[in-house]
Design a protein around this ligand. Sequence first.
Ligand SMILES: [Zn+2]
Length: 94
Amino acid sequence: MNNFAQIRQLVGLRQAAGMYGLEVNRFGSARCIFHGDNNPSMKIYDDHYHCYACGAHGDVTDLTAQMFGLSKTEAADKLCADFGISSTRSPPAV
Ligand SMILES: [Zn+2]
């Protein structure tokens, strides 16, 4: 299984946003991809985003899923591939 928490730790949201072409302004805000946003309403934090207009909220995996029209699992796979994370499919140590 993918470990979303591990991805969240390893891939900064701003880093992923930049890599995937989401423009984040100097105030750390971006135009929301979850609603038709004319002004940057979505605040990009290091580990999550929050849109103050529509209330969209999530982590780097949610953002990637939305940007590319992927399921959350597919988005996690993409993040692993793009950021060179290889261990998330390893079985959890029990
Ligand atoms: Zn929004």
